[in-house]
Design a protein around this ligand. Sequence first.
Ligand code: ADP
Length: 514
Amino acid sequence: MIDLDKQQIEIARNNELATNNAERLSHKIIIDGKLVSAISEETIPVINPSNGGLIGQAPRCRSKDVDRAVKSSEKAFLYWKKIPARERGKIMMQAANRLEKRRREIETLLSLDTGNAIRTQAIPETSSAIELFYMFAGLAGELKGENFPPNMEHVLHYTTRDPIGIVGAIIPWNAPLFLMVAKIAPAIVAGNTVVLKTAEQAPLCVLLFSEILQEELPPGVLNVISGYGEEAGEPLVVHPKVRKITFTGSYEVGKEIMIKAASKLCPVTLELGGKNPNIILSDADLDIAIPGVIEGMRYTRQGQACTAGSRIYIHDKIYDKVIDGVVKRLSELRMGDALDELSDIGAIISEKQLKRTLHYMDLAVQSPSVKVLHGGHRPADPMLRNGFFYEPTLIEGLPIESPVCQEEIFGPVACAFSFNDFDTMMQSANNTPFGLSATLWTENLSRALQFVEEIDAGFVQVNQCVAPRANVSYGGLKMSGLGKEYAIDSMINHFTQSKTILINRGKSAHNHNC
Ligand code: ADP
């Protein structure tokens, strides 16, 4: 009883902290370093996924607010790009120190906004986001071009790495802080200024994070708007002054963004979806592979991860043992209010996403061969009735061609398959238009190397399946995206442009026309 009381007090405390910030940030965007009202008076309700309650309103920005944000970024760019890179890095370090000091506020609002469980998700995501911010701040000194040996007499030949200008950054809701930092930190340290559009489902935690950054960044270096994709995202993509787009989200939207950006020859970085294999060979160490299935599927983030290993291939010699182990562990996971420190699993982001999971489960159970090994329902607990909860679900017996095994569900549903021939399994694993991540569990080095060579994925792991993190260059192949993020190459390749300079210090000109 005492423990229960303690637990309720803890949830109430977390709730109060998060709710106070949500109220304060409601109806606001950030322009010129300040929290302000948008020009657009319309708003989008922000819902707590754990109980369906209203926690705030996000301005429903349209072109006028986009123009205003771009103007602010344009003005700030003139100043920011001239600050020496190491000085920019120092300012960002100081901003990261401020994030560190207010991390409890960030964690609780992240949890309230997204429905992601505070202990298993919001705390680690906040840590990873701050760490990534520190990392890019520290890379300021690496912004440098190349010096070429003279290939014309008396000619000094070198290249520079310069900021591009105004960057449009568009993020989703599933890991909003980490994904935001992956875009804004390399862009800003490289001397660009950013207009960031938050996801309509989880705008408030991003606003808090950005508000803290404003305490150190000069006004206009980071402007933050909210709104729907077509109304606020698209005007940002097509804005003539925006010279770089960086996006994380669905394939469908990513493709549209690329088409729209093409008309102004604007470079894009795209982090899109996946339908990723998690493969367990007969010689795998099951003490790590079984928990690895749960971790890989990101069940404690309700499967809402691009890297979720949702197609689980298990060698038939160990199939039953692995399934029993996974099911046992799934049954031990506790689902509950995201702000409850005891919850392992929180809620799906929205009613719309919950319906998406329900739709795929309807499709799955129509198949005569399907067997639901775990989950398959909304939880019976009346305390969770108003939230968007769904049990962690594992199914078997579906044909690989089923849309459930081919399309990204972005919910807590994974499919298991048994196999006994490595080559046939690899063909199946690669038989998807996506190519984001892949994992193999084996003690056989030769097989591991064969897998690494043959798998069509941009993020490949053997005997682990951790989430992407700072200093791990991450991105997809095929329809999973364009470009890599989270490491130094993203700062240099995606947020700088290069000039080639030839300076003739001699008397004779080199008259070779191009
Ligand atoms: P999800 O289905 O996970 O919400 P989306 O790809 O639909 O993923 O959305 C990811 C982000 O892209 C969100 O911030 C959303 O508002 C934005 N977005 C959606 N449609 C467009 C669009 N046509 N142009 C620009 N941004 C968009």
